[in-house]
Design a protein around this ligand. Sequence first.
Ligand code: GLY
Length: 383
Amino acid sequence: MSNVKKGKDKEWLEAQLDFCYEKIRANLKTFATLVPPAASCNQIYQPEGNTDWTASFWVGQLFLAKEGTRTNDFDQVIENQIASFQNRLDQKIELETHDIGFLYILSAIADYQVNAHQSSREMAIKAADLLMTRYNEKAHIIQAWGDLNAPEQRGRMIIDCLLNLPLLYFASRETGDKKYYKAAYLHAKQTQKYIVRDNATTYHTYYFDTETGQAKYGKTQQGYSDDSCWARGQTWGIYGFTLSYLYTGDTSFIETAIRVADYFIERLPKDNVPYWDLIFNDGSNEERDSSSGAIAVCGLLELAKALPLSNPKREIYQATALAIIESLATNYTTKNLPESNGLLLHGVYDKKSNTGVDECMSWGDYYYLEALIRLNQSWQSYF
Ligand code: GLY
């Protein structure tokens, strides 16, 4: 039985959280205005400017630490980071990406939610307007990457985008303009229809004809093969479909989240931390992706919460989330590697291009902390 269940819950969780807070405090100077890159290099994040899709996972951790410790210790760096996100939006620095969602949910929306700054509300709406420019009215999808006319990227949507949709749902709620909601909803429907296969595995990406709106074919970018199931994509699906259910009330999304979650759970190896592609399992020499384990904990907890008390899957999802977090906390953190400035070891960014393999991932650190916070206190998601 997991430690978290044995009644040591609070003490055990607080010890894990204290470890994270201490690391984050130690990082405040290095990342006062700069940010950790997507992945560490030999387990150390080298500071960089606010230009990548992952830049907000640091300020996201600061908001979690602020809420978790109930102190103002993180406020100055949060303020610096929010100014940097405002500048990035004003100057449109490297924003030809659907990840405007991750970027402005964990900066602008979190700041509005936690600090009630009106300027951050405006920033989030302006970011949502920019994300809307990537929406294709014919295909009903948000293009993931690059210039809208780039032949390689035109009409390509990806499962990760489900986590970017809350920026649009937020903008609709705040402005009363349904256009954002409609785009997010239709994009989620297309993801459900084309990205999720009949056996509940998922494609990473899917191409559409932007002139006719016709769906074309699925293709992987970071998975093992076009017909395998990239672990992180599957966990973006668990969390993402649950979020679209919560924002729209469309119960088919919760059914899809359940199918995607059940497949993921079925493919977990003995120690409950997934390999980087679910095609691999116990006995494989391939790497784990701890970051997808952390995302899964958040997604499974949100999914369990959304199910009726009478649904037996609720307990299964909660128990699996606890088993994953215990495994991560016991064997996957930097506790025994004090020189590392990350939280969670053994993530994989992109195995095929040999980028960030067996390293700390900035989003892995964020979702690991979000998972612990979810288990320890009542907390309102930024997504
Ligand atoms: N959203 C890109 C990734 O998960 O690597």
